[in-house]
Design a protein around this ligand. Structure first.
Ligand code: ADP
Ligand code: MG
Length: 227
């Protein structure tokens, strides 16, 4: 009975998120559609430019929302896989490298052959979580810096540290992390951390954070390891 309860809760969580993403994406799409429609009116070239700019901006926003949710929005059937943590970190780094290059950020990730850890979960969701946290780290360092990723293992618990040299957070910001739509960014969605927390919770793990305003932030993903 307990097992089933947990499953129902998870399904509810997923369908809630799926509903909220469609809602969130629909808004900018509607605005964009309205402005594109108005392009057909008899308007000045300047107004035409302005409308086109708004339409594009709103489409970009829709893309951002989808990016933050990406795989998570799919109400996937519970599909537990054995995940090779190194491979997923490497994959997430590959996905995020263009953004890092754009922001002049150097990503450091070193591991030895001994560092082969396996956890249980849905691979794509885990990737989404890594990407969201890496992306935040890079975005906190607009004009260069290092993003350092490290793993440590003790007593069947794996800790993945993702550390940046960015803006850091105030206590208030730390307290609000994971709250839906909390964002300090002009074009932020405020959904990335909420999604990440849900994913790691679903893997029986947790995320902790230490941050110093003006200095940088370290997110630690803590997961039980498969033997
Ligand atoms: P978004 O990135 O769209 O703003 P997130 O949920 O990913 O939404 O993050 C919420 C907020 O948490 C960010 O707007 C930022 O204020 C703060 N934050 C998250 N990660 C970091 C980080 N590495 N450094 C500084 N601030 C961060
Ligand atoms: Mg984010």
């Amino acid at each position: 009975v307990l097992q089933r309860l947990v499953k129902t809760e998870k399904l509810q969580m997923v369908s809630h998120l799926a509903a909220s993403i469609s809602h969130e994406v629909r808004n900018p799409l509607t605005v964009s559609r309205g402005f594109i429609q108005m392009l057909a009116n008899d308007i000045s070239p300047q107004t035409r430019k302005d409308y086109a700019a708004i339409a594009l901006q709103e489409l970009d926003r829709a893309t951002e929302i989808i990016n933050d949710y990406l795989t998570f929005a799919k109400p996937a059937l519970e599909k537990l896989e054995t995940i090779n943590v190194n491979e997923e970190i490497q994959h997430a780094i590959n996905v995020i490298t263009p953004l890092a290059t754009m922001n002049n950020v150097q990503i450091q990730f070193s591991f030895t052959n001994q560092d082969q850890y396996f956890v249980k979960g849905e691979r794509k969701k885990f990737q989404q979580c890594l990407i969201n946290i890496l992306k935040n780290g890079i975005e906190s360092m607009e004009n260069k810096g290092k993003l350092n990723i490290q793993q440590s293992y003790k007593n069947s618990i794996l800790k993945i540290d993702i550390e940046d040299e960015g803006t850091g957070m105030t206590q208030e910001q730390i307290d609000r992390l994971g709250e839906p739509y909390f964002s300090t960014k002009e074009k932020g969605t405020g959904l990335g951390m909420m999604v990440s927390y849900s994913i790691i919770k679903g893997m029986n793990g947790s995320i902790s954070v230490t941050s110093e305003y003006g200095k940088g932030t370290c997110f630690s993903i803590i997961l039980p390891v498969n033997q």
